[in-house]
Design a protein. Structure first.
Length: 341
């Protein structure tokens, strides 16, 4: 009750309802929830799969090990048929006809484990996928501001000098604060150029090309990963197009696919009208779009707590079924467009 008094009753009720729903979710089978939520098409996505903690990632979300990743994929394969990006586009263009439940898997940020850890597992299990890439980071030319904040955090934590106010400052820094973060790293003796050379956190161009040769699809994830709702429409289009053109120069991708960095929340219909994408993806979970036929919501497989794939999927589908019964499973972007105009 202390929490309720401090934070107000709203969050307390919401928090306990979520806990209650989660307990209910775990009491039934995954097939039961899949049927309840009517999940005929499932779009899970990840960032990295690593056996060891990573200083630029671990403070942001828990890393999934190769063993857990493989177990999760096998679970998904038991319930859904894997399809590639071309098949997904054909399904969308055909007006989303009824078919056997399927999934399309994707990965954001172009981290090096996509090539070294993830691709071999996918090839072994016969699972196609799309990798969404930021052109600015390929070949380890720059560290994304969020990874930079996490690296500074890890550095301070390792030196046992991490103050709570530092953590708050680091994770509230935005895309526009990259220079400040670089100066901070410099001040504490954390060399970002050395980290980029030694760690090679992102894919090299030759690895990106190899992924394509292996049969995987490559899509855009913006040029350097800003939060789109903070950009003007023109900036959103520029971030997207600069990256898509760079990818086209590198790879000649047949499908113009794009996944929003962070979130598509509060991105208006104008962006979708003008960006000329074959397919685009958000990360809002088990939800659908009211106005956009070519935009797909994905489910983030990396949660703040480590749980089994089965627990995560049960929880996601149960929540999806609750939203559906409340009539809240569809995202309406007309409101966003009105509010911004
Ligand atoms: Zn991202």
């Amino acid at each position: 009750m202390y929490y309720a008094q401090r934070q107000g009753l709203g969050p307390w009720i919401k928090n306990n309802m979520k806990k209650g729903l989660d307990q209910l979710a775990q009491a039934f089978s995954l097939s039961f929830w899949q049927e309840k939520a009517k999940v005929a098409a499932f779009f899970p996505f990840y960032h990295a799969v690593e056996a060891e903690p990573q200083p630029h990632i671990s403070p942001l979300y828990p890393l999934i090990s190769p063993q857990q990743f493989e177990a999760e994929l096998k679970l998904i394969l038991a319930h859904f048929e894997p399809i590639d990006l071309g098949e997904l586009l054909a399904w969308v263009e055909a007006g989303r006809p009824a078919r056997k439940p399927f999934f399309h898997l994707s990965f954001d940020d172009g981290l090096s484990s996509c090539y070294h850890v993830i691709a071999p597992i996918l090839l072994r299990l016969g699972v196609p996928a799309t990798f969404f890439i930021n052109g600015a980071f390929i070949d380890n030319k720059r560290l994304m501001f969020r990874h930079l904040a996490a690296l500074i955090y890890s550095h301070l934590a390792a030196q046992k000098v991490l103050a709570p106010k530092d953590a708050k400052l680091l994770f509230s820094a935005g895309h526009a604060q990259e220079a400040e973060l670089l100066a901070w790293a410099d001040r504490i003796g954390c060399s970002v150029p050395d980290f980029l050379v030694q760690k090679q956190p992102y894919l090299k161009l030759e690895e990106l090309r190899a992924l394509q040769t292996m049969g995987f699809s490559i899509g855009g994830h913006s040029w350097d990963h800003p939060l789109y709702k903070k950009l003007s429409l023109e900036e959103q289009l520029l971030q997207t197009e600069k990256n898509q053109q760079q990818l086209a120069l590198w790879l000649r991708q047949p499908i113009r696919a794009f996944a929003f960095p962070f979130t598509d929340h509060e991105v208006g219909l104008d962006f979708f009208d003008r960006s000329n994408l074959d397919l685009s993806f958000g990360g809002a979970g088990i939800k659908e779009e009211m106005q956009l036929g070519r935009h797909i919501q994905r489910f983030p497989m990396e949660e703040m707590r480590i749980r089994s794939g089965e627990q995560k999927l049960k929880s996601a589908f149960a929540y999806g079924s609750l939203l559906r019964s409340l009539g809240k499973s569809k995202i309406d972007r007309r409101k966003t467009a009105r509010r911004l105009s």
